[in-house]
Design a protein around this ligand. Structure first.
Ligand SMILES: [Zn+2]
Length: 115
């Protein structure tokens, strides 16, 4: 799973994501809306991803460069993320259970505190 620019086919990286929103639905059919700006041509695009596609995308990013993901988490503008939350994310990443970690983080982004 990777994002590519519709105009020039450049690969869209974590740093190129400009907006992420979770759309929770019943029956577990969650969607993740991502907006991005192409690093090569500046084209602004958006995609609606399934939960599975989002997981695969994040896994792809994190496997390729965990440190970039860390830095991105500290600077991204999706919502109020505290330094403590970033540290917690880092700890979870090191725990090896990456997808579970992402789901925990996603829940925090949606403001859910309980299952
Ligand atoms: Zn482009």
């Amino acid at each position: 799973m990777s994002l590519r620019c519709r105009r020039c086919q450049a690969t869209i990286g974590l740093d190129d994501l400009t907006y992420i929103a979770y759309h929770a639905h019943t029956m577990g059919a969650n969607r993740v809306e991502v907006h991005f700006e192409c690093p090569r041509c500046g084209y602004r695009g958006e995609r609606m991803l399934s939960q599975q596609a989002w997981d695969e995308l994040m896994l792809n990013y994190l496997e390729n460069d965990e440190r970039t993901a860390d830095e991105w988490l500290t600077t991204q503008q999706m919502g109020p993320i505290t330094a403590e939350e970033v540290r917690a994310m880092r700890r979870m990443l090191r725990s090896g259970n990456l997808l579970q970690s992402l789901h925990e983080w996603e829940r925090s982004q949606r403001g859910e505190t309980t299952e």
